[in-house]
Design a protein around this ligand. Sequence first.
Ligand SMILES: C[S@@+](CC[C@H](N)C(=O)[O-])C[C@H]1O[C@@H](n2cnc3c(N)ncnc32)[C@H](O)[C@@H]1O
Length: 212
Amino acid sequence: MLLDDRSLHASSVVANNAMNRQRQLTGVNSYARVLGFDPADGLTGAWLDLCCGSGRALIQAAERLNGSATLIGVDLVDAFAPAPPDTVSLVAAPIESWSPDRRFDLITCVHGLHYIGDKLGLISRIVRWLAPGGRFVADLDLSSVRLEDGSPAGRPLTAALRKAGIDYDPRRRRISCAGPKEIIFPYGYLGADDRAGANYTGQPAVHSYYRK
Ligand SMILES: C[S@@+](CC[C@H](N)C(=O)[O-])C[C@H]1O[C@@H](n2cnc3c(N)ncnc32)[C@H](O)[C@@H]1O
């Protein structure tokens, strides 16, 4: 049986204490390492970090940027580092029902989409929140997007992403795009499976089911 968002948010696969929520801005266990760039380098304006975990990367960016950028983190679970500086807002909310009241120069989602039900629907919402010239980068395991018969959405999905202006790096399993976009993917969301098992990160993740 496929799960709706409410059941998914209560699942031990999505809301557990074992996941890595402690990535720092730079260094061994870091955003810079996962993303391939240091998010605070040259950052002006605003950075939105979805599924931000403890928010440590944002807090460290704030310290380095001396208050010159607006930094917002959103996570389902309030496991935030204590006492963030004034320029960092950490919001405990499911990302599926949260909306910003501004646009962003950088939006990241580091190892967060693995736990989302409607991954494609969320990506379409996120890219609308970019400022002109803004950048969106996220980890995405394409094999977690499945069709009704259980098969991976595969190459047609990669083509749909490209057509929508989203780059997919298969080696790093990372999507990225620039600027705001209006995307309608040709996939209808059916529900999620939290019993999909471990993905390439070694952690149990969620498969998302669609009708093409
Ligand atoms: C593997 S952790 C990564 C945390 C952080 N990005 C890091 O790298 O340190 C995945 C995060 O996604 C969050 N998450 C899962 N489902 C979510 C949802 N529906 N809305 C917001 N956050 C969610 C989890 O609570 C968890 O903190």
